[in-house]
Design a protein around this ligand. Structure first.
Ligand code: PRP
Length: 213
């Protein structure tokens, strides 16, 4: 039996997704050792292995089949636009992708003005403004702390993730429009879905039962 390989997005989702896999009957004891420098963790008994990767790389590993299954945020799935199957909403990490800015920016949006939009998610922002709103904007790619952009005058608005809304509040910004809801998704390589159908379907079913409680 070949190994079934799982790629998990590092950070907030990793610990929670591991807990879910454990509850679903796929524990990985090796991964719990915080001092380990290993990058890949194996459950020999079940012939599965897990690795952690930067979130934006998870869809790449899955598309190329280096991982059969991935767990990553819907934001990353949308932004990366990779060829893969999105099979399950895991219900964790719920938040929203929003257009945010100072309240004065509402007018620019209303009148479809040519504004600058700063974001870590240029593909999502482009799709929203060009295809959904039919508004021409200039998109400026940033790599983090995007809320700074409207404060220092780099852009009129941002497209970013809003979870509790406290980053916005503390910086005098607000949600102006909602782009889409987000949460963690389970994604599967398209060839693996056929070749390892039985094993992968079983994992999906077990995870689905957990999600549905
Ligand atoms: C995310 C997002 C917002 C913040 C939203 O940033 O980009 O900045 O969390 O959360 P809140 O609504 O609960 O305040 P992250 O912490 O991932 O870091 P980043 O600024 O480097 O993107």
């Amino acid at each position: 039996m070949r190994y079934l390989t799982f790629a998990l997005a590092k950070g907030r989702l990793a610990a929670e997704s591991l807990k879910m896999f454990e509850k679903a009957g796929i524990p990985c004891e090796e991964m719990k050792d915080k001092n380990s420098r290993k990058l890949i963790f194996t459950n020999e008994e079940q012939k599965v292995r897990f690795f952690l990767a930067k979130a934006s790389d998870v869809p790449t590993y899955v598309e190329y089949g280096a991982a059969d299954v991935g767990v990553v945020g819907k934001d990353t799935v949308l932004e990366e636009g990779r060829k893969l199957y999105e099979v399950l909403d895991l219900g964790m990490g719920r938040c929203r992708m929003c257009v945010c800015g100072p309240k004065e920016a509402r007018e620019y949006l209303k009148h479809h003005e040519m504004i600058r939009v700063a974001t870590k998610y240029p593909a999502i922002a482009k799709d929203y403004f060009y295809n959904k709103k039919h508004q021409t904007v200039e998109i400026i790619k940033l790599n983090g702390s995007v809320e700074l952009a409207p404060i220092v005058g780099l852009a009129e608005v941002i497209v970013d993730i809003v979870e509790t809304g406290s980053t916005l509040r503390e910086n005098g910004l607000e949600v102006l429009e909602e782009v889409c809801p987000l949460s963690a998704r389970m994604v599967v390589n398209q060839v693996s879905m056929k070749r390892e159908n039985q094993r992968i379907t079983q994992v999906i079913q077990r995870m689905k039962q957990l999600v549905q409680g």
